[in-house]
Design a protein. Structure first.
Length: 183
C-alpha cells in the first residue's frame, strides 16, 4: 500500500487591516476565523506551511502582534484582538503557545493593538505595555504586573475611533512612553 502524506494545507487570513504579523522568530501569525494561525515560510522538510492554530477567542480575530524583544531576540509572546471584545496574550516557544492573559473591558470589537517591552519604565524594571483600540471609541492601556496584566487607562474618542495604535519609547529617555494614535 502506498504511503499517504500531506502535500498541501491551507488556512485563510481574516480580511482585516491588522491581521498579520511576521516575527523575528521566523513565524508569521495571522487571524484565521476565531483562531491565530502560525505559518512557517521555511521548513527543513520542504516548502512552508501552517504549523499551529491557537484557539481561544469566541469570535473573529481582527488583529495580531508579536511582542518584539528590545534586544532583537526571538519573540516568545504575541497578542491577538477579536470581535469578542477581548485581547489575548499568548506565551510560548517554537509553535507551542498558551494563553496567559485575557484582557477584557471593551464594549466593542478590538480592531487594532500594539505591544511593547519597556526596559526603562523604572531603573532595573522590565514591563510590558499593551494598547488596544476598539470600535467602542476607546483605547485601553494595559501593563504587566505581578499576577498578570492590569488595566491602566482608557482614552475615549466620543463618536470617533482610533483606526491604528502604536507604542514607542522616546530615545534617550527613561520612564517615558509615547502613545501614537491615528484617529
Amino acid at each position: 500500500m502506498a504511503a499517504i502524506h500531506v502535500c498541501f494545507s491551507s488556512c485563510g487570513c481574516n480580511r482585516t487591516a491588522h491581521c498579520v504579523d511576521w516575527g523575528r522568530n521566523g513565524l508569521v501569525c495571522y487571524g484565521a476565523c476565531r483562531a491565530v494561525a502560525f505559518y512557517q515560510p521555511q521548513q527543513s522538510e520542504g516548502p512552508g506551511g501552517i504549523v499551529a492554530n491557537l484557539v481561544a477567542h469566541e469570535d473573529r480575530v481582527n488583529c495580531v502582534k508579536w511582542i518584539s524583544m528590545q534586544d532583537g531576540g526571538d519573540e516568545t509572546e504575541l497578542v491577538s484582538g477579536s470581535s469578542d471584545r477581548t485581547a489575548i496574550v499568548w506565551q510560548g516557544t517554537g509553535t507551542k503557545f498558551q494563553p496567559v492573559a485575557i484582557l477584557e473591558g471593551h464594549t466593542g470589537p478590538v480592531t487594532a493593538l500594539d505591544a511593547l517591552y519597556c526596559h526603562n519604565m523604572e531603573p532595573g524594571l522590565c514591563t510590558t505595555l499593551i494598547a488596544t483600540a476598539s470600535s467602542d471609541s476607546t483605547v485601553r492601556i494595559w501593563q504587566r504586573e505581578e499576577g498578570g496584566f492590569q488595566y491602566q487607562q482608557s482614552i475615549s474618542f466620543g463618536s470617533g475611533f482610533a483606526v491604528d495604535v502604536s507604542l514607542a519609547v522616546l530615545p534617550g529617555t527613561t520612564g517615558n512612553v509615547l502613545l501614537l494614535m491615528l484617529a
